[in-house]
Design a protein around this ligand. Structure first.
Ligand code: SER
Length: 389
């Protein structure tokens, strides 16, 4: 089952159950949103989860691209990507979380053909503010799915304030042995689908208040599910990365981790640029700058003559097409090359300055401030120049 078929199967399943498909938004949240990038499918829907009627009704489904800077350090493992896609469903004050879990189980087992014996669920066990989620527990027990109760791991929020609630997560066993242990004890249990009973709003003072209506918000990681359905070990082996894994290794000889980081960060940079962001020293642009520069430092560690000039446009095109972005592929490539030129210039200047006797021993905070204020060399770059390059 390729990615497109996974998306179609998911969307049709929920359309048959009265959900209307909404168009996924870009990675840029609406003006006024303090978060730099859209981090989940629910993110653009926050006003509707807080009570505003949605023009398409109370049952929604979509596929939304997301970027989580909090996951950046985990990129390179088998399951995390910087830009990823989330299949989502919402009940805006319509059906209950228990029905959402029943459908979730049915779709995974009967729609996607997953062996029910490879599933595990987690459920909110209660804390001093909110009681245990007995409804979700009942659903899983009725279906014979093992359940682990937790507190913090099963509470979902999109930030310190705003809509939130207990969640129930569905995990799939990826080990070579028969399933055993539990999701918090063994990371061969991979989370694929989160169902949030979004009934509360957290206020500035930390207090919880009921939302005007009880919602359900679910998110299923597209690349993770596709990878598991295709019987692959890592997201880089699923069809979405096929052209990357075919074209990048002959271009640059890289160890496995570096290859994954280069492919993930380049692909994510293309999507970010496709959504209208340019590299800069602040905010969104800074996230993009760091992605491109990490690609460059990874490439140059072994061979400083490598250049993004050599990236096949086919890869950029494949990504823009997949995300249905209309930005011209040459424009995207030019943005990447501009950033490469800028970074090269900065490194040359940095090397010259850092070779002065004053900077050859341990640097003090005053040195770092001077290098930043006088020579435009940020601390992380100085550290990098003194270690990696
Ligand atoms: N908001 C939840 C998540 O991001 C479910 O969509 O996991």
């Amino acid at each position: 089952m390729n990615t497109d078929l996974v998306v179609r199967t998911f969307i049709e399943y929920f359309e048959e159950r009265g959900h209307r498909r909404i168009t996924g938004s870009s990675l840029l949240p609406p003006t006024g949103d303090p978060v730099l990038y859209t981090t989940s499918g629910m993110h653009p829907l926050t006003p509707y989860l807080e009570g505003r009627p949605h023009p398409l009704g109370s049952r929604l489904v979509n596929v939304q691209r997301c970027l989580r800077t909090t996951d950046l350090d985990e990129v390179g493992d088998d399951t995390h990507l910087t830009v990823f896609e989330m299949l989502g469903t919402w009940s805006l004050g319509d059906y209950e979380g228990s029905l959402s879990l029943e459908w979730g189980h049915d779709l995974l087992v009967n729609g996607f053909g997953i062996d029910p014996g490879r599933l595990h669920a987690t459920v909110f066990g209660g804390d001093d503010q909110v009681g245990p989620d007995t409804e979700s527990l009942r659903i899983w027990q009725e279906r014979g799915v093992p359940v682990e109760l937790t507190r913090d791991e099963n509470w979902w929020s999109n930030g310190p304030t705003g809509p939130c609630g207990p969640d129930s997560e569905i995990f799939l066993w990826t080990g070579d042995t028969p399933p055993h242990s539990t999701p918090t004890q063994d990371d061969r249990w991979v989370e694929v689908w989160n169902h949030v009973m979004m009934r509360h709003r957290r206020h500035e003072d930390g207090s919880l208040h009921p939302l005007p209506r009880a919602n359900v918000d679910t998110g299923l990681g597209l690349e993770r599910l596709t990878t598991l359905l295709q019987g692959k070990k890592s997201v880089y082996d699923c069809d979405l990365f096929e052209p990357w894994m075919r074209l990048v290794p002959p271009l640059w000889h890289l160890d496995e981790l570096s290859l994954r980081i280069v492919c993930d960060h380049l692909r994510s940079s293309v999507v970010v640029i496709g959504d209208g962001v340019l590299p800069s020293n602040t905010g969104r642009g800074y996230v993009l700058r760091r992605l491109v520069r990490r690609v460059l430092t990874t490439l140059w560690r072994e061979d400083p003559s490598r250049s993004l000039q050599d990236v096949p446009l086919e890869l950029l095109e494949h990504t823009l097409d997949h995300f249905q972005q209309v930005t011209d592929v040459r424009t995207v490539h030019e943005v990447l090359l501009d950033e490469e030129r800028r970074f090269t210039g900065l490194l040359e200047r940095g090397r010259r300055v850092l070779s002065k006797p004053r900077f050859t021993s341990t640097l003090t905070d005053t040195d770092y401030s001077y290098l930043h204020d006088t020579h435009g060399l940020p601390r992380d770059l100085v550290v990098l120049l003194r270690t990696d390059l």
